[in-house]
Design a protein around this ligand. Structure first.
Ligand code: ATP
Length: 350
């Protein structure tokens, strides 16, 4: 089921009349059967967007479509959504079986049929042998799988996950995110996954939407967005270690740094720009520029070189072999890897 948001806007007004534009004119199409990560810093409007799609927040302006259905004003329980939150919200006094079965009560489904659905869901999420336990007897990751099974038991049209891995430790987080990906693929259910963790979003999403101040910054496949960010915000938000941002100038078809270092050729017109270079887009090369190295960290296969250009510290991540035995290090930027951003708008020019 495709989800379409058209100019979706949410304005909160507090008691003194102050307004917050939590979501601002968001227009996106989430393709049927895909897992889309909704990503951005704290307060950028991710949860508010999800809550409007779920029907838990009335929208201020704009529309929400599930396929051809305009669901903008439809009650949450009529939308056909499954919701999973960060705190699994299982009923502690019920068994896992009862928890998963709970949404089916009052639905006029025969007991036998309901039991079958519960087992089917438990198998899907890999907790078939835990059905008679209580939530407290399960690990956090298992509890979150139960929450997913419970969200899916009514066969919703759309699955909405709000920071589902935040309460898990690092190891379980990795495991559970792989599980979520598998469950989503197996069921083919259109899924929106809210997270502030760029690495998590990159690893799990078919496509990502990056928000800032309630506004869409970019929607693309993770690798496309990483390699071709539309603006400086997206460039900085994705990547760890983060992209180097440095002031530069374009003079007669050359990208030049403040100390005169020429980085690359370009067709962009002369002027001052912000330049972005990812650490891994440098390489050691005898034709390169000598760097004023401040620190070298060997971390096995890769080496992190910290160096200065003027008073600006930068990082280069290069293959360890390429620096072995070298007294002076010369770096070059790989072809087409300098991102040039407009200083006023932050939009990318190349
Ligand atoms: P986080 O990652 O911290 O959960 P988020 O991206 O999910 O952040 P939202 O919770 O959607 O962000 O909040 C977006 C903006 O709207 C924030 O400025 C927040 O303070 C504001 N906001 C959210 N809910 C309400 C509310 N019920 N009343 C007033 N303002 C709200």
């Amino acid at each position: 089921m495709e989800i379409r948001l058209e100019n979706l806007t949410k304005v909160f007004t507090d008691k003194s009349g102050n307004q917050t534009r939590a979501v601002d004119q968001l227009t996106i199409t989430i393709p049927s059967g895909k897992l889309v990560g909704l990503l951005g810093p704290s307060g950028c409007g991710k949860s508010t967007t999800l809550f409007m799609i779920a029907g838990l927040h009335p929208v201020t302006e704009g529309k929400i479509f599930f396929g051809e259905d305009d669901v903008t004003r439809l009650a949450p329980e009529k939308r056909g959504i499954g919701l999973v939150f960060q705190n699994y919200a299982l009923y502690p006094h019920m068994t896992i079986r009862q928890n998963i079965m709970f949404p089916l009560e009052n639905l006029n489904i025969k007991r036998q049929e309901a039991e079958k659905l519960v087992v089917e869901m438990a198998e899907l999420v890999g907790i078939r042998d835990q059905l008679d336990k209580k939530p407290s007897q399960l690990s956090g990751g298992q509890q979150q799988r139960v929450a997913i099974a419970r969200a899916l038991v009514k066969k919703p049209r759309v699955l909405l996950l709000d920071e589902p891995l935040s309460n898990l430790d690092a190891r379980l987080r990795l495991q559970t995110r792989e599980e979520i990906k598998r469950i989503q693929r197996e069921t083919g259910i259109t899924t929106i996954f809210v997270t502030h963790d760029q690495e998590e979003a990159m690893s799990i999403s078919d496509q990502m939407v990056v928000l800032n101040f309630g506004m869409q910054q970019q929607m693309d496949e993770p690798q496309v967005m990483y390699n071709k960010p539309d603006n400086i915000f997206v460039a900085k938000f994705l990547g760890n270690p983060p992209i180097n941002i440095i002031e530069g100038e374009i003079k007669k078809g050359k990208i030049v740094l403040s100390d005169g270092t020429v980085l690359a050729d370009t067709k962009i017109k002369d002027g001052k720009y912000d330049l972005g270079i990812r650490p891994e887009d440098f390489k050691v090369d005898d034709q390169g520029f000598v760097v004023d190295t401040t620190h070298i960290d060997h971390t096995g296969r890769d080496t992190m070189i910290r160096f200065m250009i003027g008073d600006k510290p930068l990082r280069a991540l290069v293959e360890s072999e390429s620096v072995e035995g070298k007294k002076t290090i010369k770096l070059m930027v790989k072809a087409h890897k300098v991102h040039v951003f407009d200083k006023e708008t932050g939009l990318v020019l190349s």
